[in-house]
Design a protein around this ligand. Structure first.
Ligand code: BDP
Length: 559
């Protein structure tokens, strides 16, 4: 048992020790909030907490009122026959973990059957991305007696890791290869840039390429370099251009030793204008390393103390409009360098998520919608960030703001331990168990389109705009699946209105319809389910009429 806990919680050796360490964390939170910049944060926290509770109460009251009012919106959608939209790779779905997770070599290993089971439950073919803030504090340790290298001076700032360094060992990479084999997942492997050297990066890349073989999709060098001016580089000189120069030095060094190496970059936090700047500079680079994917991250907002991070804001159409704006910039830059885009790290709320938003059913509707919106913008995939509480806490400076929120609400350590840590993680660790969280159910629901090709609305407006123009907060996506079935996903994110939907597949089309729902008792339930209806139906004159209740996802598949 102790061994299992050690595996799951890193250095926590027993439940007791874990609890103590947790309490220590909570108190630490309090202590740091009394100094310097954090002093302001702590005052803000108190004010915003009151506001947050008021907003949350309001939102729930509104939802209930409307639910009793039985609002119904009627919409008809015509589903085209030809799939002319983007194609989703079979490994569209992915997860993102901190490199620090490799510090426990048994975590990603063939022995960790519970984790393997949940990866497979999420997707039979996905992409595991390793990176995160901790990747900038990792170093390659080729032999047990290899000394820890000298590290450059870095600045300690709120929200970034403390200057503690982690060794990545050949054993961890060998185990990772076995884990990927067992799950049938591929890997995007993150090598540090912030405190690394070309020699060490190359030595690590050579070993990783040899060991992961075909399971290695590509390397990334550096995590969120657009934020390096905060703690790792000189803000006076750091820019997309200086980043690109450094990146080229590292990538070229790797490509000399690993001629088949492929890369994703620049893995920015949110500043997608860097993708445009890189695309502008790309044609002037002589013999550039092989970049298959332009990458960026996305968090809806944060941190947990921010009252704007709430369910209504997460699910409102304007949130997805912003995603669309980012996708326009990213996709246009990618097409200029002959690459696709991947959202390699993201989730609902940065700095570890927010209880009551990141870990509830609303997050499932958000992740399904967000994934499919990216798919319809020709993204090659999405990696939702998570892992163990310890690794993510370390990635943001040692503690999760969401814990502070719960403690301020008067929750006991036992109550707090019942939440997933980090709060947004798609796969949570509870003791020795791994659990698929609501946000992962949304991803899984969307991943049913993996390998398929999207069917675009024949009209000027897309399906989602048509739904929203009718006055309901819903979105819809359609695809031709690998087996040639036509499948439509409707996400009714509306807290109150039910959708009466008519899907028109064409008068001459017939077939059997099967449905699957993504559901939970309420938007703020700590659960999510995907249920396949035991009944099938037939089209009537090419049409299928169905009700999509508020706060529910529905998938209609025609075979
Ligand atoms: C991203 C970092 C990652 C953090 C995450 C967060 O890359 O390491 O865990 O934010 O703040 O910016 O939750």
């Amino acid at each position: 048992m102790a061994e299992q806990y050690r595996r799951v919680y890193g250095e926590f050796e027993s439940h007791r020790a874990r609890k103590d360490a947790f309490l220590e964390n909570v108190w630490h939170n309090k202590r740091v909030s009394l100094t310097g910049r954090d002093k302001k944060e702590s005052t803000d926290k108190m004010l915003t907490r009151r506001k947050f509770l008021a907003t949350a109460a309001c939102a729930l009251a509104t939802a209930r009122l409307h639910a009793q009012g039985q609002t119904k919106v009627r919409v008809a959608l015509t589903i085209p026959k030809e799939a002319t939209g983007p194609h989703l790779p079979i490994d569209f779905v992915g997860l993102s973990y901190e490199v620090q997770q490799l510090r426990d070599a048994s975590f990603f290993s063939a022995q960790n059957s519970g984790l393997i089971r949940e990866f497979k439950a999420l997707s039979s073919t996905g992409v595991l991305r390793l990176g995160g803030n901790t990747s900038e504090f990792a170093y390659w340790k080729p032999k047990p007696d290899s000394p820890e290298p000298e590290h450059p001076q870095v600045r300690e700032v709120v929200g970034e890791p403390k200057a503690q360094y982690y060794a990545v060992t050949p054993e961890a990479v060998r185990n990772l290869a076995e884990f990927l084999q067992a799950t049938q997942w591929n890997c995007i492997y993150g090598i540090g840039m912030g405190t690394n050297t070309p020699a060490r990066a190359t030595e690590e890349a050579v070993f990783v390429a040899e060991t992961l073989g075909d399971r290695l999709q590509y390397f990334q060098i550096g995590n969120e370099a657009d934020l390096f001016d905060r703690h790792l580089r000189d803000p006076k000189t750091w820019s997309a251009k200086t980043y690109l120069e450094e990146w080229l030095t590292l990538a070229r060094a790797i490509a000399v030793q690993v001629p088949t190496a492929k890369f994703g970059m620049p893995d920015v936090a949110g500043n997608v204008s860097w993708l445009t700047e890189i695309a502008d500079l790309w044609s002037s680079i002589q013999g550039p390393p092989r970049v298959t994917t332009l990458t960026h991250h996305y968090y809806f907002g944060g941190p947990a103390t921010n009252p704007e991070i709430n369910i209504p804001n997460l699910l409102k159409p304007a949130t997805m409009q912003k995603v669309q704006n980012t996708a326009n910039i990213a996709s246009s830059a990618a097409s200029r360098v002959g690459a696709r885009v991947r959202m390699t790290e993201g989730n609902t709320c940065y700095r570890g998520g927010k209880p009551g938003v990141s870990d509830v059913f609303a997050a499932a509707l958000w992740s399904a919608d967000y994934s499919l919106l990216l798919a319809s913008n020709n993204y090659s995939g999405i990696n939702l960030h998570g892992g163990t509480g310890k690794s993510v806490a370390n990635s943001v400076g040692g503690s999760l703001p969401g814990d502070g929120l719960l403690e301020a609400k008067g929750e006991t350590p036992e109550q707090i331990a019942a939440y997933p840590h980090p709060f947004y993680t798609p796969i949570a660790t509870f003791g020795s168990d791994y659990v698929l969280e609501p946000v992962a159910y949304g991803l899984k629901f969307a991943s049913s389109f993996s390998g398929g090709t999207l069917l675009k609305s024949g009209l000027k407006t897309d399906f989602s705009t048509k739904l929203q123009d009718a006055g309901i907060n819903a979105t819809a996506y359609a695809a031709k699946l690998v087996g040639d079935q036509t499948s439509v996903i409707i996400l009714n994110k509306d807290a109150a209105a039910d959708l009466e939907l008519e899907l028109d597949f064409g008068r001459d089309v017939s077939g059997v319809v099967q449905t699957e729902t993504l559901h939970a008792p309420a938007l703020d339930s700590r659960e999510a389910h995907i249920t396949t209806s035991p009944r099938t139906s037939s089209l009537r004159q090419g049409k299928y009429i169905v009700t999509v209740p508020h706060a529910t996802g529905l998938r209609v598949t025609l075979s």
